[in-house]
Design a protein around this ligand. Structure first.
Ligand code: PMP
Length: 439
């Protein structure tokens, strides 16, 4: 399962110019990352001529897999006409129309270049609208690299603090105290605690930032009373609800809030809406989105970006989203249901300690006997992480890239044969490697 000679050579070169040899902390390595030569559909090819079923899909951004023909063709056409202008193009209108037409509550939107920016602008919009500085967010949940949402992201046991009032945990040394003071940490699926904490800090809270199924906090299903409690508490106190759907928009034609019955004021979108190119979008209720409106002078919240709404991302996103119709999403969900059910059954049949979470095209394998409800249950000990590392290594050795510490995802070029392959390799792992997972 280890990377080959060409990847090792590339990595040695990379270490001379990139700290640690990579430019994303999320690059998986064992200890050397696999360098990609190209991707095609569901498959990824590395420099050493090996082929892998890609269950990472650039961290869920590539819902159509690699080099999806409609996207490639749209990009080729656009490349001849120029890559980025200071002036707007019709392409941004077309993608905005498509998204506003699909996501309930998305009346207006603004484009940016990443999910980080989408969340950042959503938080700032909520502040500008309410005149308040603070946010509430879920413990463990990942929302990108804006300081306030980094608080209590991927936090470790020992830092969590009391269950009834989780600590605001700094993400890096030197994180300003002022940031920590403006973040209230909630536990996912703790309806009573969330309502109480939101109420207690209501006069300072601009927004609750909520991913309906936070991937890094376990990809655990939201309990309906939790979502209802958060929404009601926010509503009661004039606090805006931001649905971070950077990852989970792919859970339905109308996105994740629509799927789970959550009424958000603002949305952060990214990943799949760019068809594989860099993108982000902040959107929501027209009344709130007015903070960005500069048509009659300085708006409440000036926002821009050199490559915002660049036509390449716009045409790629439109081609990808047009192909992602109800039928395509239903088909993916069927495959996902089948995969999750069969992985769980394989583990159960051998009394192995794995549970499966997820929905639609997303899944996560937990090295745990009991299904997690929130970050504190989903968090893996070093021994559990070692089991996941072995599983991921085994999969790589059998031609599958299974993300180690995050969610796996299916893509539209996959079908029953690919699901069979994943199940078969997991079953072989359970048979052959009981040494590494049995207590
Ligand atoms: N929010 C969520 C829920 C995410 O999953 C991510 C990225 N994985 C982000 C925000 C940040 O997006 P980006 O990497 O595009 O900045």
């Amino acid at each position: 399962g280890a990377a080959g000679a060409r990847s090792r050579d590339a990595y040695a070169r990379a270490r001379q110019v990139l700290p640690g040899g990579t430019t994303r902390v999320t690059v998986e390595r064992d200890p050397v990352p696999r360098y990609v030569s190209h991707g095609a559909g569901a498959w990824l090819h590395d420099l050493d001529g090996r082929r892998y079923l890609d269950l990472n899909n650039n961290y869920t951004a590539l819902i159509h897999g690699h080099a999806f023909a409609p996207v490639t063709e749209a990009l080729q056409r656009q490349l001849r006409d120029g890559t980025a202008f200071a002036n707007p193009t019709e392409h941004e209108i077309a993608l905005a129309e498509l998204l506003c037409g699909r996501v309930p509550g998305l009346d207006r939107l603004r484009f940016c270049n990443s999910g980080t920016e989408a969340v950042l602008f959503a938080v700032k919009a909520a502040r500008a609208f309410t005149g308040r500085p603070a946010i509430a967010k879920v413990e463990g949940a990942y929302h990108g690299a804006y300081d306030w949402v980094e608080v209590s992201q991927a936090s470790e046991p020992g830092t969590w603090g009391p269950a009834e009032a989780p600590s605001a945990v700094p993400y890096y040394r030197g994180m300003p105290e002022a940031v920590l003071g403006d973040v209230v940490t909630l536990r996912f699926n703790d309806a009573e605690g969330a309502a109480r904490l939101i109420g207690a800090h209501a006069d300072r809270l601009a927004a609750v930032v909520l991913d309906p199924m936070p991937s890094r906090a376990g990809l655990v299903a939201p309990e309906p009373d939790f979502l209802a409690a958060v929404e009601a508490a926010a509503r009661r106190h004039g606090i805006l609800l931001i649905s971070d759907e950077v990852l989970n928009l792919r859970q339905g034609h109308g996105g994740a809030a629509a799927r789970y019955g959550l009424q958000a004021d603002l949305f952060a979108l990214a990943k799949i809406i760019g068809g594989g190119l860099p993108i982000g979008a902040v959107g929501g209720r027209a009344e709130v989105m007015r903070v960005f409106d500069s048509s009659s002078g300085r708006p409440a919240l000036p926002q821009g970006g050199t490559f915002a709404a660049n036509p390449l991302s716009m045409v790629a996103g439109r081609a990808a989203m047009q192909a992602l119709d109800q039928a395509a999403l239903q088909r993916l969900e069927g495959l996902g249901d089948d995969l999750r059910r069969r992985l769980a059954a394989a583990s159960m049949a051998r009394q192995a300690p794995f549970t499966i979470t997820g929905a639609a095209s997303l899944f996560r394998i937990h090295p745990k006997r009991r299904p997690p409800r929130e970050h504190r249950d989903a968090h893996c000990s070093p021994a559990e992480m070692a089991v996941l590392a072995e599983l991921s290594r085994f999969c790589a050795g059998h031609g599958i890239l299974l993300p180690r510490g995050t969610s796996g995802c299916l893509s539209t070029p996959m079908g029953p044969a690919e699901v069979d392959l994943v199940v078969q390799v997991f079953e072989r792992f359970l048979e052959e490697r009981a040494d590494c997972y049995m207590e």
